[in-house]
Design a protein around this ligand. Structure first.
Ligand SMILES: Cc1cc2nc3c(=O)[nH]c(=O)nc-3n(C[C@H](O)[C@H](O)[C@H](O)COP(=O)(O)O)c2cc1C
Length: 351
């Protein structure tokens, strides 16, 4: 019976990759790298335990030392980081799994404490509220506007991170353009008030995301590049506006020209409809504009995921929290066995 479920059928992503099932492990920050942002053996064990996912997307991994806003998140910019990631990718490949590295710059979602006393950067100078997780009481605050040469350098840094990911044995990268981090900050009017070639119009606001995609695609091949986006604003204090939808529409119209691996919804609850997206869900909005592979995520179960794929609403699903509470998630879903419920205290250990 279970083999009839669409979730357990193969999916041809492109000429390089045929996924063994339709369930991806969603990227999840675990903050268990060492104090130099170097991955550990425990991380290799954790990911290899989940190698039967159709594709693992790693936790967000910072592209440079100054791209971070959290303690103990991994990086992909030093030889030690690349070498240790190789242990992770070898462990996953040994079990016949596939793994993409999520490459990340947090932009304004940081604090001078992580940046050698400097202000976080963002498309525009803005102020962000809220407490920083796992930071002993630090709060967010001011950011400063990037100047043009810094933007050009950042685009190069994403491409170098993608090349380093390939050196570390990853099958590809997922560019983290979601959840209110740097790329997303360019895509919403609330955080992008620039008046130069990177702001003010949909074309200008989408430019940074498109240039990052292009730089990574040219560096490692577009088939190895996925992109995560949150067209609806919902995290890290970005306020959505109706005109944001035109920025994303422009972005998708242009992404359609590149043979990227997929676009992935960045969301915690994909049932939510967004006013700024004409009351559509994020995945429905992406599907209506992007012609390639769409990965949904945010609160999916076996039933809702297979239904969504059968109805043509998306092609693949990423699951997050269920993968933390069930390392053997694929096997359990395949047998329709009951799942261990997720609980935030499970984040303390890396099983
Ligand atoms: C502990 C935790 C860490 C997360 N870290 C990331 C991350 O690094 N990058 C990212 O794009 N999303 C991150 N997310 C969001 C997940 O990828 C996913 O979208 C979300 O958990 C909703 O899916 P789910 O309902 O299946 O858990 C994180 C979620 C959780 C619970």
């Amino acid at each position: 019976m279970s083999h009839e479920n669409v979730l357990f059928t193969e999916y041809k992503l492109n000429d390089l990759f045929t996924l063994k099932n339709r369930i991806l492990m969603a990227p999840m920050t675990r903050a268990k790298a060492d104090n130099h942002s170097v991955p550990t053996q425990a991380m290799a064990d954790y990911y290899s335990r989940r190698a039967d996912a159709g594709l693992i997307i790693t936790e967000g991994t910072v592209i440079r030392a100054d791209a971070s806003g959290y303690n103990n998140v991994p990086g992909i910019f030093t030889p030690a980081q690349i070498n240790q990631w190789k242990i992770v990718t070898d462990a996953v490949h040994k079990k016949n799994g596939r793994i993409f590295l999520q490459i990340w710059h947090v932009g304004r979602v940081s604090h001078p404490n992580f940046l050698q006393g400097k202000l976080p950067v963002s498309p525009s100078a803005t102020v962000m509220a809220g407490r920083i997780p796992r930071s002993e009481g630090l709060t967010y605050g001011e950011s400063r506007a990037l100047i043009l040469p810094e933007i050009k350098e950042l685009i190069k840094s994403y491409a170098i991170a993608a090349e380093n990911a390939i050196k570390a044995g990853f099958d590809g990268v997922e560019i983290h353009g979601a959840n209110g981090y740097l790329i997303d900050q360019f895509l919403h009017y609330h955080t992008n008030q620039r008046m130069d070639e990177y702001g003010g119009t949909p074309e200008n606001m989408a430019r940074f995301a498109l240039e990052v995609v292009k730089a990574c695609g040219e560096a490692i091949g577009y088939e190895r590049v996925g992109l995560r986006l949150s067209p609806g604003a919902y995290l890290n204090e970005i306020v959505g506006e109706k005109r944001d939808a035109l920025v994303f529409k422009y972005l998708f119209d242009n992404l359609n020209h590149f043979p990227i691996a997929y676009v992935h919804t960045g969301n915690f609850n994909d049932a939510q409809q967004f006013k700024e997206l004409n009351d559509m869900t994020m995945t429905a909005f992406i599907r209506s504009h992007f012609h390639g592979t769409v990965v949904a995520s945010g609160g999916y179960s076996l039933e809702t995921a297979s239904q969504g794929i059968n109805q043509g609403n998306f092609d693949l699903v990423a699951m997050g929290r269920p993968f933390i509470s069930n390392p053997d998630l694929i096997n359990k879903l395949n047998k329709n066995a009951s799942l261990t419920q997720y609980d935030a205290s499970m984040l303390n250990t890396l099983y």
